[in-house]
Design a protein around this ligand. Structure first.
Ligand code: APR
Length: 258
């Protein structure tokens, strides 16, 4: 069936699909007021940290090993922004679609936990979740909420474990680190069968192989791909339809409007 516009095609594909794979990035949380990493206004956009490092260096495993206070300084900035923000209509719509189509899955790079907050269940957080904290030296676990509650005044970074004095860190993938095993095996299981009628890529510049791979596979299997992003990305060439606009607005137009 031919459609008059990409939006009409996207509406038809999403509404008629039994199962959808959403692949999401920082652009989905931009509508919650969080900064993206790349592109205009992005955290990484050409800026150096106060100490003169590229932000990817500041947020790397080797920096965390040698100068954890620097890594924590920028993790704290990102975490504080997440802590003060909430999920937006885009996350809510994706969760609503899963309620209507139980075989829908979300593969997210976002560490803000907003998909979880919005009610998504079939969720692969491939870069972890910033809210969860753990000690690198013992079995102590905590949350950002508890850490903040413990430090009524200003927190001293890096935080240390109350059990053993070891370093505490968020359960996220720093640069140079491996992806979390459980999330990766969940992803590989999905890629094994690719039981999706459509793949919707929302708000990601798609820098990583683990994000590009599912889209390339969908293309090879002739599964339609919808890209929701105001800008072109490396994946745009693979997309069947481009919704050039903000995630919340485009998801709303694709799903909520009758
Ligand atoms: N709606 C949809 N997309 C948007 C919006 C919006 N309102 N605003 C910006 N975008 C798009 C940008 O055009 C860009 O393509 O979102 C994308 C954000 O790209 P990045 O900032 O690179 O974020 P992401 O792709 O999620 O980065 C992946 O890189 O540093 C790591 O771990 C970090 O998870 C992050 C990963």
């Amino acid at each position: 069936m031919t459609h008059s516009t990409p939006l009409a095609a996207a509406q038809d594909l999403i509404k008629s699909a039994n199962s959808i794979l959403f692949i999401t990035g920082a652009g989905l949380s931009a509508d919650s007021g969080l900064p993206t990493y790349r592109g205009v206004g992005g955290l990484y956009e050409g800026q150096r940290t106060d100490e003169g490092y590229a932000i990817e260096t500041a947020l790397s495993a080797s920096m965390f090993k040698h100068r954890p206070e620097i890594t924590w300084k920028y993790l704290w900035q990102i975490g504080s922004a997440c802590y003060q923000a909430r999920f937006n209509q885009g996350h809510a719509i994706i969760a609503d679609i899963e309620k209507n189509k139980p075989n829908t899955w979300v593969l997210t790079q976002n560490i803000d936990g907003f998909h979880h907050q919005a009610g998504s269940k079939n969720l692969i957080e491939i870069h972890g979740r910033g809210e969860r904290l753990y000690c690198v030296a013992c079995d102590f676990e905590s949350t950002a909420e508890q850490l903040l509650a413990n430090y009524q005044q200003t927190i001293s970074l890096p935080p240390h474990c109350p059990q053993c004095g070891g370093l505490i860190r968020p359960d996220v993938v720093l640069f140079e680190e491996m992806l979390p095993e459980k999330a990766l095996s969940q992803l590989y299981q999905l890629l094994d069968t690719m039981p999706f009628d459509v793949v919707v890529v929302v708000g990601t510049s798609a820098q990583f192989p683990h994000i590009q791979q599912p889209v390339v596979l969908a293309k090879q299997l002739a599964i339609p791909i919808i890209e929701i992003n105001p800008s072109e990305t490396e994946l745009s060439v693979l997309a069947s339809y481009h919704l050039r606009g903000g995630a919340a607005e485009m998801l709303n137009a694709s799903w909520a409007n009758e």
